[in-house]
Design a protein around this ligand. Structure first.
Ligand code: BG6
Length: 491
């Protein structure tokens, strides 16, 4: 296995993401022997921390997961350094460069640098351009920029941010994180589709009646009310994670498994999405906001009562939508998506519902046959379910649904690498497959902007319209009902 030699600079190292995701991911990579000893991490942020404060934070963030068989954790922490930083001051970049050059030398790193933006997005552009102008990207090795969401707020702001960072970095040096692309079963979609002779021939409008993608959460907005008020579920989940899953499910087989070929197929799906027209938007997209309710027997407050949330807020915490993909493969097949906070369970699943047979011999029976379903369980279970029809045991000849289940959990749950760990490793290896390309963002924002503009102009009269702890507003059920479908319960 390749063991990349690399320096990682984390902008926003005192923040939550670094603590919850980045430090543990780096530790796991180290622990599994994917990182050589030739690596160093420099945390930068405004606060006046020292190397010791950072190392202590790193230690705290991973101490729950320490593998007793792996050497002294203190050795691991010695790869971490800290620099108080002002993103607008040239002298900060000079000091950083001096440290990076020294660490290249001390750890024998050939000038490979990952700049990880894990902080407020308003500074991404400034940082990127200073990294270049102050010579931090000018090394013998490679430089890569990792960018966390949100990547813009709408198309114009995303485009502006993109232009700023593109002045300093080429597209193939930019790794835009969509952590859904790091999930085991999201990565498995391509394998299920393209490595099985039994699915691909049926994967089209002749055999599939509709596709349902659900990503529901039980959490509310927690302490992110300020951010969420400017975002809402549409920007927070649909523009990125949901549309990424749609494109992986709907894309044509790429001619090769290279990042460029895969991306070019995904982009075609986004290009084929039927644009929303404001006049008929209500028939395609509906929104919801949670009110007070009950979760696990405890009462919880509504969205409008959350901290930093406007008591009359029109921000949606739930979205359901019907997408149409106007190409030969999918013409006429609705893709339903739904996502929301404070729903009855935490679950991400994709249900592919197949059409009925042209002539159903068993239709007259008391119990008609069940449509064939393929369910891809993304989380918390990871696996696949296939729903078939079989004969009920006994003399009657009645049919009964038969459920074939494959679950990853029993096999690999302890070692299932977290999304961030994979993505960080991919970035070290220079593999851009599971990152969002600008072309994808461009198309997805343009699609989403029509919906958000319409919603902004038309304040919802009926918010809150679903109780915390339920599966969203009634309109979400009606969206499918008028097409003769219903949401499959999440098996
Ligand atoms: C993030 C959103 O991108 O995804 C959060 O900002 C959301 O609001 C989260 O909770 C969901 O991720 P996961 O991996 O828990 O499904």
């Amino acid at each position: 296995r390749t063991k990349p030699k690399t320096l990682i600079v984390i902008f926003g190292a005192t923040g939550d993401l670094a603590k919850r995701k980045l430090f543990p991911s780096i530790y796991h990579l180290y622990n599994k022997g994917r990182l050589s000893e030739n690596f160093a991490v420099v945390g930068v942020a405004r606060r006046e921390w020292t190397d010791e404060t950072l190392r202590d934070t790193v230690y705290q963030s991973i101490k729950g997961e320490i593998d007793p068989n792996v050497g002294d954790l203190k050795d691991f922490c010695k790869h971490f350094f800290y620099l108080p930083f002002d993103v607008t001051s040239k002298s900060s970049y000079d000091s950083l460069n001096t440290i990076l050059n020294k660490l290249d030398n001390d750890f024998d790193i050939p000038g490979n640098r990952i700049f990880y933006m894990a902080m407020a997005p308003e500074f991404f552009g400034t940082i990127a351009s200073n990294l270049k102008s102050e010579g931090l990207t000018n090394t013998k090795g490679w430089s890569r920029l990792v960018i966390e969401k949100p990547f813009g707020h709408d198309y114009p702001s995303a485009n502006q941010l993109n232009e700023e960072i593109r002045e300093a970095f080429d597209e193939d040096q930019i790794y835009r994180i969509d952590h859904y692309l790091g999930k085991e079963m999201v990565q498995n979609i391509e394998v299920i589709r393209f490595a099985n002779a039994i699915f691909e021939p049926l994967w089209n409008n002749r055999y599939i009646s509709n596709i349902q993608i659900t990503s529901c959460e039980t959490l509310g907005v927690e302490d992110r009310g300020g951010y969420y008020e400017t975002s809402g579920a549409l920007r927070d989940m649909v523009q990125n994670h949901m549309l990424q899953m749609v494109s992986l499910i709907a894309m044509d087989p790429p001619i090769r498994l290279t990042p460029d070929e895969i991306r070019s197929e995904k982009i075609k799906v986004l290009r084929a999405l039927r644009p929303m027209e404001p006049i008929e938007l209500d028939n395609y997209f509906i929104r919801g906001q949670y009110g007070p309710g009950e979760m696990n027997g405890k009462s919880v407050i509504g969205y409008r009562e959350e901290e930093k949330v406007d008591p009359n807020s029109g921000t949606e915490t739930f979205v359901a939508g019907k997408l149409l993909i106007d190409n030969h493969r999918w013409a006429g097949v609705p893709f339903y998506i739904r996502t929301g906070k404070r729903m009855s369970l935490k679950s991400t699943k994709i249900v592919i519902q197949f059409k009925e047979l042209p002539m159903n011999l068993y239709f007259d029976q008391q119990q008609s046959t069940h449509p064939n379903l393929l369910i891809i369980h993304i989380q918390p279970d990871e696996g696949i379910t296939l729903l078939l029809n079989g004969k009920k045991v006994g003399p009657t000849g009645e049919t009964t649904p038969v459920q074939l289940d494959y679950s990853n959990n029993s096999v690999d749950s302890i070692n299932t690498p977290e999304a961030y760990e994979r993505l960080l490793y991919d970035c070290m290896l220079g593999d851009t497959t599971n990152f969002a390309h600008w072309d994808e963002l461009n198309l997805s924002w343009n699609f989403i902007d029509v919906i958000s503009n319409y919603w902004e102009k038309n304040h919802p009269g009926d918010f809150p319209n679903y109780k915390a702890g339920t599966m969203g507003p009634k309109a979400s059920e009606e969206l499918l009902k008028k097409d003769g479908f219903h949401w499959w319960s999440l098996f």
